[in-house]
Design a protein around this ligand. Structure first.
Ligand SMILES: [Zn+2]
Length: 370
């Protein structure tokens, strides 16, 4: 069997020892280049570093083959610093000592793709043309993939290895997300001797937020205020408060209604309290919905079957590089690599799931299971 579990384990432990928070993907990029060069494959770094602020560009590897050209993608950055990560394999699962994240999101994806390509190359298996894309800054707004251009990509369909789902689960539906920012400007005054001369920016923001529908709003839509900062001292009426939030939905109409409603609450609060609100609304990513008849979904289902699992077509609540590629016009699914509790210090990954994800990548590449 060309998929080598000992190699998968060794590479995963090596990769998780490299710290690579967003914008600092350099060590991972260099390691990947070296691995591909050992396989006789050239890895190219694009120019996106200038735009994203990352010390590395996206890494792209093209491997000629026969049949439909497939893009395999994973991201190199992790969600937070893991400089002192102590990673071990215990009872079949990778975990840390609980002081840092594991970074399996998305180092698991990198390892699965690299393992499939290593197996293909070593065994000289015939395979489909492959375009491997390893992105930067995914966790801070899909910035690396946003710098890709459709004209530069040769693939007909894409497979991102970056979901916490099981390797049998194929994400064909993901939401759109709007990012909200509000700068609330009030007026400072002495809180004890002249509070009536002030405009309390904290109270204005609190009132606006209290009027907002938030949380799970329907089967399709959620919204959250996730961060607030403001004021300077207990004896000063606060003249500034900043608020950050988001809304996401599988339905564009519901998303736009919800985003307008959130803005409207701040507008009314400004009118009621007499302060000013500067609102910024930004689309973070656009959702996608693929039909089971699409080639990309068919190929994913065939590959899951070939590794002996039952494919399931599922929705995701999150955004990934798959959102960006679909938006670029490249039909792309997100595949499960089995990461549990990503973005937390309890993050774990079963070696068996990582091996299954590697076999899935190989099955996709060859069109048959080996
Ligand atoms: Zn991820």
């Amino acid at each position: 069997m060309p998929i080598n579990e000992a190699r998968i384990k060794e590479r995963f432990l090596h990769l998780t020892a490299l710290n690579s928070p967003s914008k600092r993907e350099g060590p991972v990029a260099s390691w990947l280049k070296e691995q591909f060069s050992q396989l006789g494959l050239a890895a190219q770094e694009d120019e996106s570093g200038k735009r994203t602020g990352s010390e590395s560009g996206n890494i792209v590897v093209r491997i000629p083959g026969r049949g439909p050209a497939l893009l395999f993608g994973a991201h190199m950055g992790v969600v937070s610093d893991m400089a002192l990560a102590q990673v071990r394999l215990e009872d079949g699962s990778f975990k840390t000592d609980g002081k840092t994240i594991l970074g399996a999101d998305d180092k698991a994806g990198l390892v699965a793709i690299l393992e499939a390509v290593t197996a293909l190359t070593e065994e000289k298996l015939s395979h489909r043309p492959l375009e491997l894309v390893f992105t930067t800054c995914e966790e801070i707004g899909l910035c690396g993939s946003n710098a890709l251009r459709r004209d530069d990509l040769k693939a007909q369909c894409g497979f991102i290895f970056d979901s916490g789902n099981q390797p049998s689960e194929i994400i064909i539906n993901a939401p759109s997300q709007d990012e909200h920012y509000y700068k609330v400007i009030g007026k400072a005054a002495h809180a004890g001797s002249a509070p009536e001369e002030g405009i309390d920016a904290i109270r204005l923001a609190a009132w606006a937020i209290s009027q907002m529908p938030l949380g799970r709003l329907s089967a399709s839509t959620t919204a959250n205020i996730g961060k607030i900062a403001g004021g300077s001292a207990t004896n000063i009426v606060a003249d500034l408060t900043e608020v950050w939030g988001e809304a996401r939905s599988f339905l564009e109409e519901e998303l736009s209604e919800q985003s307008q409603r959130m803005r409207e609450c701040f507008r009314q609060a400004a009118a009621k309290f007499g302060g000013q609100v500067e609102a910024k609304l930004k689309r973070s990513f656009t959702g996608f919905k693929l039909s089971h008849r699409e080639l990309v979904v068919q190929l994913a289902q065939q590959a899951v079957h070939k590794i002996g699992l039952r494919p399931q077509l599922v929705s995701s609540g999150g955004g990934s590089d798959a959102n960006v590629l679909n938006q670029l016009g490249l039909p792309t699914v997100n595949l499960g690599v089995g990461v549990q509790k990503p973005h937390t210090k309890e993050e774990t990954l079963a070696l068996a799931d990582l091996t299954a994800a590697s076999r899935l990548a190989l099955a996709l590449a060859t069109g048959e299971e080996k």
